[in-house]
Design a protein around this ligand. Structure first.
Ligand SMILES: Nc1ncnc2c1ncn2[C@@H]1O[C@H](COP(=O)(O)OP(=O)(O)OP(=O)(O)O)[C@@H](O)[C@H]1O
Ligand SMILES: [Mg+2]
Length: 248
């Protein structure tokens, strides 16, 4: 079967710094991967490369069999992405921004508005009609970014820290939405530091450390000893215990 996502020796260097170091990974269609790693491990850099926001130094990315470098537009039609910085247009209202995004995908306005209303309703997002995204709360911006990632019905979805700054009620809704997407055969990759969420949501785990894959596989297989995901994470990438601060 053609993998939904296929990375071969994917590498990104920033000067001397190797942020992503020869990543090999293949995901079947319908997979739901939790990409974990400490701050600076290379998660966002990886997602930026697979969504075409950042050019790899070397290596190959294929999405649903399409080569990202050779055919970037064909890939972008198939994917939905929520980047780390959300990349919203602050001087638009949420509905205006989603019109902009939907039109880029060639969607008619009525379809965009209908889906946007459903998404806003599901996420309890009810901004004032004239309020600009610049004046939305952090969580509201996150919700708009999630709407933008999903509005065109993508086959592969990449979400960078979708649960950070999101309230518990909305978190549950987002989990339900993501699970129903997976049930419909959509492939999902998310990063998160909230291990309880990852544990519940993602049957497949990849743990990055200094740009390299330290662990990859079904969660149940990775923690054969029955340990928690947190323990597995610390065992694979944890540094030693740091001492107390000298002045406290
Ligand atoms: N544009 C850039 N220029 C220079 N270095 C960069 C750039 N982007 C990322 N890096 C470096 O690459 C490494 C990986 O960063 P990245 O943002 O991918 O980490 P991350 O795993 O997403 O971390 P976090 O959990 O904190 O979001 C870091 O050392 C970071 O400083
Ligand atoms: Mg990051």
């Amino acid at each position: 079967m053609t993998p939904a996502l296929h990375l071969e020796a994917l590498t990104k260097k920033f000067g001397e710094k190797v942020a992503v170091d020869g990543l090999d990974l293949a995901l079947e269609p319908g997979a739901f991967l939790g990409l974990l790693g400490r701050n600076g491990a290379g998660k966002s850099t990886t997602l930026k490369m697979v969504t075409g926001l950042l050019k790899p130094t070397s290596g190959r990315i294929r999405v649903l069999g399409l080569d990202l470098e050779a055919d970037p537009l064909a890939v972008k039609r198939q994917i939905g992405a929520m980047p780390e910085d959300m990349a919203l247009l602050d001087m638009l209202t949420g509905p205006q921004y989603l019109r902009f995004v939907g039109r880029m995908y060639g969607m008619p306005d009525a379809l965009i508005d209908g889906r946007r209303e459903e998404l806003f309703d599901a996420l309890d997002l009810a901004p004032g009609p004239k309020t600009l995204i610049a004046d939305y709360s952090f969580g509201m911006k996150k919700k708009v970014a999630l709407c933008a990632a999903l509005i065109h019905g993508p086959q592969v979805v990449f979400l960078d820290e979708p649960f950070e700054g999101i309230d518990p009620v909305t978190s549950r809704t987002i989990k339900d939405i993501l699970q129903s997407l997976q049930q419909r055969g959509v492939t999902l990759v998310l990063t998160s530091h909230i291990l309880e969420v990852v544990e519940k949501l993602c049957p497949l785990i990849a743990i990055l450390d200094e740009g390299r894959l330290k662990g990859f596989g079904p969660l149940d297989e990775l923690r054969r000893g029955g340990e928690s995901l947190e323990q597995l994470f610390v065992d694979l990438v944890g540094g030693g215990q740091k001492g107390a601060l000298s002045w406290l």
